[in-house]
Write a protein that binds this ligand. Structure first.
Ligand code: ALA
Length: 458
């Protein structure tokens, strides 16, 4: 195990924005509106928020606590904290694997943002009007392997380059600026979208619950989709949050920090919905994605409809996709940081060498995803495309399973144990985790995760 001195964030704002940056990303602005549209709107949103509070928030405090107490990434944090002769550390491979599989499709979608950014920057998108031609434009972009390879490789190269500069100089400095810019633009666009002619219909679909979605898709499907979304959006369970716990000091209690991160993440998702649904009802006649074919083109088509019909649409469209790139890159950078940090702890290699090796590795690993949308598009596994399968494996299997492990580790006496967890999470100033939560965290929380995990598998 390498003993290089661990860097720490230079400020608390840096920690909050970077951890939020890890959580905030395509999951909020891309996956959340698509899944909400697909599963019937407001009811899904409320179940999703319930899962965030009941599952996501406590698991996030546990990841942060394990990271901060061990001062390690997922590669060695269990080794440091577990009791002698126990085997918790073996789960690191699932966590590290989860980070890779996430990046195998996430960097490809980030590449789409890059391509749309260029299309708005050079104005070529603006000639297209109507849902059909905008949809076709999206499909032809997705099915072109060469442009996807260039865009995905550019994403991988830029993000590993930023990580190779180090925690403070690369990751913290660049992500902080990107996140502040993203938050400002989202608020502006949401205000604009809410003044569109059919905005109210969109807001009603989005925020006034009805049982239609549940009737149509079934309660269990809506539940598993909401759980998958809540784990995906927070990126809990694979050590991508724990890593930032390992870069902070003990001045603040971790519940308050987790609440801030979850609130920022939820705020961005809600804002994204406030942009998409008013626009969707104004320009697409309320046509939403269908759960059986949760369509990626839904978001791109809807957004392009807004930009192409509003004054200054070229500039706003360019800025929006620029900030989408920021949101996506802040997550990619955070996950790369977890991967790099794991390698730093497991080998004696330098950060720069590790960055190069992993960038090359990922360039190979993304190829099946890219080909699955193009030359291999007829190839499906369990009826899913390669990209959808990777998304399912991460969101519905690895993140919940990893979260389950963190919960057991922090509550069981065979793991790190409740008292150690409570001691760590409540060190510093701020909100503390009350002792009476022990029963919930030890029995009910793992049970809910397990049940939904089993339902997902079935
Ligand atoms: N949490 C990340 C996102 O929502 C994966 O984009």
């Amino acid at each position: 195990m390498s003993n290089t001195k661990r860097e720490h964030f230079s400020s608390r704002l840096g920690f909050i924005l970077i951890s939020a940056g890890c959580a905030i990303g395509l999951g909020n602005v891309y996956r959340f509106p698509i899944t909400t549209g697909a599963f019937g709107g407001a009811t899904f949103v409320f179940i999703y928020i319930a899962f965030l509070l009941l599952l996501g928030l406590p698991v996030m405090t546990m990841e942060l606590a394990v990271g901060r107490a061990s001062q390690r990434s997922i590669a060695t944090s269990f080794d440091v904290l577990e009791k002698p002769n126990s085997k918790w550390h073996l789960t690191k491979f699932i966590g590290i694997g989860g980070n890779f599989i996430l990046m195998m499709f996430y960097t490809v979608i980030s590449g789409w943002m890059l391509m749309y950014f260029i299309k708005y920057l050079n104005g070529s998108m603006l000639n297209l009007q109507g849902v059909e031609s905008l949809g076709n434009e999206f499909l032809s972009m997705v099915s072109n392997p060469v442009s996807n390879i260039i865009a995905t490789y550019s994403t991988i190269a830029i993000c590993f380059l930023i990580c190779s500069l180090g925690l403070k100089n690369g990751v913290e400095r660049i992500t902080k600026g990107m996140m502040l810019a993203l938050l400002t633009l989202l608020i502006g666009l949401a205000i604009y979208a809410c003044t569109l002619p059919k905005a109210l219909d969109g807001i009603k679909f989005y925020l006034v619950p009805s049982l239609d979605g549940i009737r149509k898709y079934g309660f269990l499907n809506v539940m598993t989709a909401a759980m998958g979304q809540s784990f995906f959006t927070l990126s809990v369970g694979i050590g991508a949050i724990a890593i930032f716990g390992s870069y902070i000091d003990k001045k603040k209690r971790l519940l308050g920090e987790a609440i801030t991160i979850v609130s920022l993440d939820t705020f961005v998702a809600i804002m994204a919905g406030l942009i998409i649904f008013p626009a969707c009802f104004t320009f697409n006649g309320g046509q939403t994605a269908d759960a059986t074919s949760v369509g990626a083109s839904f978001l791109f088509t809807t957004l392009s409809s807004i930009f192409n019909s509003m004054p200054g649409g070229r500039i706003i469209g360019t800025l929006f996709f620029l900030f989408m790139i920021f949101a996506a890159f802040s997550t990619v950078i955070a996950v790369f940081e977890t991967i790099i940090s794991s390698w730093l702890e497991l080998t004696n290699m330098k950060r720069r060498t590790i960055s190069i090796i992993n960038a090359v590795l990922l360039c190979v690993l993304v190829l099946p995803t890219i080909f699955g949308n193009s030359i291999w598009s007829n190839f499906t596994i369990f009826g899913k495309s390669i990209m959808d399968l990777e998304d399912f494996i991460v969101s519905n299997l690895l993140l919940p399973f990893g979260s389950f492990v963190y919960v057991l580790f922090c509550t069981s006496r065979y793991g790190w144990g409740w008292n150690n967890y409570l001691n760590e999470v409540n060190t510093g100033e701020g909100l503390s985790v009350p002792k009476w939560l022990r029963f919930y965290c030890s029995y009910i929380l793992p049970l809910i995760i397990l049940v939904v995990l089993i339902i997902s598998i079935i």
